[in-house]
Write a protein that binds this ligand. Structure first.
Ligand SMILES: CC(C)(COP(=O)(O)OP(=O)(O)OC[C@H]1O[C@@H](n2cnc3c(N)ncnc32)[C@H](O)[C@@H]1OP(=O)(O)O)[C@@H](O)C(=O)NCCC(=O)NCCS
Length: 287
């Protein structure tokens, strides 16, 4: 589908994000248009997305300039596409425009937070964009009353998107697509946690595995609606599993899907940071 991205450069254009936010999250998470404009005027990025045949904006992206680990990076705070225009390619077009803006500034990493129980976001962030996560934050935003977040602790991945990497360019071109979950299972990759009858079941895996799988529900929003206690059980189970995996040096690098719609993160053990060679006690260091 033909999509167009327009950078918002006035408060009136920033205000066009409000009906989209309302439709996606409700009234509780609206960012005031003057704040969007202020962020955009100071290195941030606000853009509206249009889909051919619809004069109303169908989506938007909003991020601001940040610093982490002593380096400038872009923090992408919101991305939304109206339900009727999902799977149109617009979400990717908005992220590509954001990437171009950041590369022009010499910024190489875009970060954002993501609920690890949202399979669609996981597939989009890790699969379509080629981002990864290696940090887990419990109840990051505290209780949120909006449509998507109400009822569960707001645990979040901190997602990192290395926008200048060859692998990222490949992913955006549609090359190097993620494997099917069934293939990963056939290769013998073990589950740290998996869904059995839609309930989380923790499993013991041998120590030192290079790859692991971590399953989540097919539709967390439906579980929240129909069985809040089960949704909470999933939050606790995945929290424990991700925290232990990340502490052991794994990162979530893919979200793999099975033909029946089930999905699981692929966790890969990261190389250990290089250790400084031990100083020779005979060496004198002058100043
Ligand atoms: C996040 C969002 C912008 C992505 O836009 P989108 O149009 O839905 O994204 P796409 O369709 O291009 O990509 C979604 C991917 O998830 C897959 N998917 C769909 N439903 C899924 C599910 N239940 N579980 C796992 N993956 C799923 C799609 O098949 C697609 O993957 P593929 O391209 O490999 O087939 C949009 O869903 C949205 O506005 N969500 C609500 C707001 C939100 O959560 N924003 C992000 C946090 S600020």
């Amino acid at each position: 589908m033909e999509c167009t991205v327009v950078v918002a450069a006035s408060v009136a254009e920033c205000a066009l994000t409000v009906p989209i936010s309302r439709a996606v999250w409700g009234d509780e998470t609206l960012v005031p248009p003057p704040l969007l404009l202020a962020a955009a005027h100071n290195g941030g990025f606000v853009a509206l997305g249009y889909v051919a045949g619809d004069p109303e904006p169908a989506g938007f992206v909003f991020g601001f300039l940040g610093i982490r680990d002593f380096h400038f990076r872009h923090h992408s705070h919101m991305l939304a596409v109206r339900e009727a225009h999902r799977s149109s390619g617009l979400a990717k077009a908005l992220k590509e425009a954001q990437r171009d803006h950041c590369l022009d500034q010499g910024i190489e990493v875009v970060g954002w937070t993501m609920d690890p129980l949202e399979g669609r976001n996981a597939r989009f962030s890790l699969g379509t964009l080629g981002a990864f996560a290696r940090e887990y934050h419990r109840d990051f935003y505290g209780a949120m009353p909006d449509r998507l977040n109400t009822g569960l602790a707001t645990d979040r991945f901190y997602v990192e998107w290395p926008i200048g990497h060859q692998r990222t360019y490949g992913r955006l071109r549609g090359a190097d697509r993620p494997a099917a979950l069934e293939d990963a299972e056939r290769e013998g990759i073990g589950y740290l946690l998996r869904a059995e009858d839609e309930r989380p079941v923790g499993l013991t895996v041998p120590r030192g595995e290079s790859h692991l799988l971590l399953g989540i529900p097919r539709d967390t929003q439906a579980i929240k609606r129909d069985d809040p206690a089960l949704a909470s059980t999933w939050r606790q189970a995945t929290r424990a599993a991700f925290e232990s995996a990340f502490a052991a040096g794994y990162a979530a690098v893919e979200f793999l899907r099975a033909a029946d719609g089930h999905g699981a993160y692929l966790l890969v053990q990261q190389p250990k940071p290089r250790e400084e060679p031990a100083a020779d006690p005979g060496d004198e260091v002058g100043v």
